[in-house]
Design a protein around this ligand. Sequence first.
Ligand SMILES: [Zn+2]
Length: 371
Amino acid sequence: MMNEYSSKVSSHVYRLRGDLRGFWGDDVWIVDGKITYSPPASNVATKEVNGYIYPGLVDAHTHPGASYTEQLVNDAEIHRRLDASASLGVTHIRDCGGQRDANDVRREDQPKVIHCGQHIARHKRYIRYLGIDTEPEELVKQVQYQCSKADGWIKIVGDWIDRSNGEQSDLEPLWPRQAILDAVAAAHDLNTKVTVHTFAHATINDLLDAGVDGIEHGTGMTWDQLVQAREQGILITPTVNQVSRFPEFAADASKYPVYAKHMLDMDARRRAHLAMMVDAKVHFLMGSDTSFDVNKRGLPYELCDAVSQGMPVDVAMGAASFEGRRRLGLTTWEEGAAADFVVYTADPLKEISTVLSPRCVFIDGICVRES
Ligand SMILES: [Zn+2]
């Protein structure tokens, strides 16, 4: 029987016991790397896995293939980042942009990756080396090209400081309205979703009108825009840790006082803004916005920060696990689904720091990390 299956598939049969989060039944087994509700034959050796069990975490914004220099990130570094994510209970990643596709080197014991192509930005309007310089009239073509390299999502930079205005320089949208409308339509024509980096309020109406699928950070959104985003089914990744760094961005911008004040004003409203997102019941994803630093502030650290900033723990855990997975079209507890799980000894809903040290992590039914 077993030699019908490739060597990739775990030969272990597991029974999951305890608190199965996001699942209403209580009898689940892992057979041949997949979830089944049918008990195996009584002569099959079955290991029990006990604890607080969540569908594997999805870091919806981390950059395993991104480099901040001219040099591309090398294979060993991509492995290091993926391994760090796996150790933190992450079984899926949406990479939100990177020069390299981590799938080119990914091993079976590492998180599955939705590659978003490379960040689409404009000359001098994003982090150096990270974005592809694109002028508005080239945007549709660039979108089509990135769609061809991506796994169903692409990433556009929506706003950044425009340093061409001297002391008056501020955070400004990158794209004229029509350019972003055309860009999103072009991606949708290719069955690809679009998520957009945005800090600024001025960017949001065009994104909503364009019908983007995701918003990263979203610090400039008003109540009405959050409600509209929810109604349109837009997925929002609040990146609580990244957003807490606005005072650093302001401190680095002493030549640009208008921009610095803009960032500090948003920082002052940070906690209230997160509460407003929660009250608006937006469709959250959770993302660490990490790259080389994923071992130090990967997704579980983001979850701890989000909860400490007032996000209800069940909202954060749902968005990081079963709710977020469903929002991204990933499986959770369905019969026949890949057995991707994270197991905790204690209940994260009672003590969120539990997520920093999972007991074990399963990818395709293989226990890839155990502590
Ligand atoms: Zn990012």
